[in-house]
Structures are given as structure tokens and as C-alpha cells.
Design a protein around this ligand. Sequence first.
Ligand SMILES: *Cc1c(COP(=O)(O)O)cnc(C)c1O
Length: 380
Amino acid sequence: MSKPRIYLSPPHMSGGELPLVQEAFASNWIAPLGPQVDAFEQEFAAHVGSKHAAALSSGTAALHLALRWLKLQPGDEVICSTLTFSASVNPVIYEGATPVFVDSERASWNMDPALLAEAVADRLKRGRKPRAVMLVHLYGQSADIDPVAALCARHDIPLIEDAAEALGATYKGRAPGSFGLAGIHSFNGNKIITTSGGGMLVSNDAALIEKARFWSTQARDAAPHYQHSEIGFNYRMSNVLAAIGRGQLRVLDQRVEARRRNFDVYRRALGDLPGVAFMPEAAYGRGTRWLTCLTVDPAVAGTDREKIRLALTDENIEARPLWKPMHLQPVFQSHPVYGGKVAEELFTRGLCLPSGSSLVPADLDRVIDVVRRCFARTRA
Ligand SMILES: *Cc1c(COP(=O)(O)O)cnc(C)c1O
């Protein structure tokens, strides 16, 4: 009989969600929109320190509407982190624009601000002023926002932040996602809190959020009949899911602590292994350790990321390589990239370990055991 599966990052309900879901049922607001959505937006905006928020069907939808606000034209360029999930970049294509990729820095694994400055200078020299910078905050850690925001301000380039993986993190005491023109969060099932599926668009610009709400509800003009002067989308969050989100938001701090604890346990148990390095935590903020990520240098370790991942799979444990950089993706291969070697190395060497906030010590022991065995084998 196989051992029970250990997932990478499964949902973790607190129990506090149910009374809120029951409220939604009792009021028969089983619809997109409703009082739970309004309350979730207000509570979320207050939590991250943004003035306004729109609850949507996904983080991807939030990114799409943030980019739509910029009225991109075919051929317009948007500078994006290359080390990320494709959902950060796909909405650039939805809006008919072209992504240009920038590599990561080693200190945070997020976009390298110095390389971004080079990329912007080079695009300007070519007469192609970037229409936006899409800055991603990966694996629960903020990118180095200040130099990026300063560069964007200097050149009057809108900054959009993809904080889908960084809810609960801080940058100089504030929430990543609340610095740029707009930020997005995700409540997908694998994120630090979840509504089973959903997202949030945040901004200090009331008009941007109002327009996003309009687009997300099919762009219906103010008329008694159905009238449309613009193309709309069906992107609103359901009132039932917002109830789950409100319950989850109340335990966010506990979820962060649990994930940081997982990381500490892994680091103590595996940090001495040859060639193993954990994702660094940049000094400017506090990460959530949404996923515990490490790299394995095969020249020193005598084993490699893939052998370890397969050994974990054999034991019914889910582990994943780090994101495959966008500039290596078949679908984006033709787009320009600045640098790329850091993200490539992280992809070849990097592994995400099971990191759920509901993991118990016995689960962590099982993972640790398998990883350590991979090293023992090669030394024997
Ligand atoms: C999860 C994720 C998204 C997309 O969020 P969804 O809610 O799944 O659409 C976008 N960017 C990053 C970096 C993510 O990890």
C-alpha cells in the first residue's frame, strides 16, 4: 500500500470560513457580487494598505484588467520578469502587446533592478519606450521594489505588481502589490490563502478599480436594457467564494508563520548537505516562504534536482522544479530577453518542497528522509 500523498501546497481551511459561507446561503446571495464580496474587498484593501480593491475570478483576470487600463496597442512592449508563472505574461498577449523579459538577481530571485535599468535604456535607444513594467514577487518574497519604482517614475512607465505568490510578505514594512499603479493577488487553491479560485486587483486609483469592476461585469452601460459601448468580461468573484476569502484572510498571519516554520525545519535538517542552498531572504523585507525552495549544485552534491524530485515522487511526495523561465518557453522564445543566466540556473537546479501550512512534523520528516537518502546514496 502506498503512503498517503503529501502535496506541494494544498488548501488549508480554518473552520472560520463556514459561518461566513452560511451567511451567504442564508441571505441567498449565491451570485457573483453581494455583501460578502464588498466586505472582502474592504477587508483586503485595508490589510494590504491599498485604497481600493476589486475581487475577481482569478489573479490572471486581475492582471488582464490592470493591463487593459493602459490601453496597449499592437507592438507595445511590456517588460516582465522572466522567472515566473506564465499567468504573469499571458495577459500581455491578451491585450495584443509584446513581452520583453528581464532576468532575476541572486539576492531575491526576483527581477534584477540594474538589469531592468539596462533594458529600459536599450528599449528607449531603439525608440520603443516600454508601456509598463510587470514586476513579479516570487515564492513569498518581495522583489526590490524601490529602485524599480524609482526607475519607472523617472521614465513615466506604469508599474504593475504581480503579488500572486507574496500575500503576507513585506517590503520595508509594507505589502508588495501596494506600490505600483496596480497590484494583483491570487486565491488559487495552491496559494497561501484560497477561495478555491479567485483574485484581487488593488490600486490607490479609484477610477482604475471602478473601470475594472465595469469590465469584469460584462461592461454594461447604465441603462435599463442591456447596452454595451465596450467589450466586457465575466471576471467577478462569487459571493460564496468571497465568504471563504474573508475567513481565510483572518488566519493569514498564522499561515505565514506555519510556512516559515516549515522552511526553518527543512533548513535545519538539510542545510548541511553538500551543494544545497536555500532561497535567500533579502534584508529589505520579510518573506512568507510560501514555498520552501532550494537549489542543488550537481557538481558538489553528487546528485541533482531531478533525481531528488523523482525519489520524492516514488514516495508519493509532490515536489516541483522552480518556474521555467519565460524566455525558454516555446510560446515566448521569440521575445527579447535581457540576461537570463540566473533564471536558467535557478530552473535547472531549483526544487520546491511540500510547503503547506497544514503539514505536520511527520510529513516533514518523510520529505527530509527521502532528500537525505539521495545524498547518502551518492556518497556510499
Ligand atoms: C498563481 C499565479 C498567478 C495567477 O493567479 P490565478 O489566480 O491562478 O489566475 C499569476 N502570477 C503568479 C506569479 C502566480 O503564481
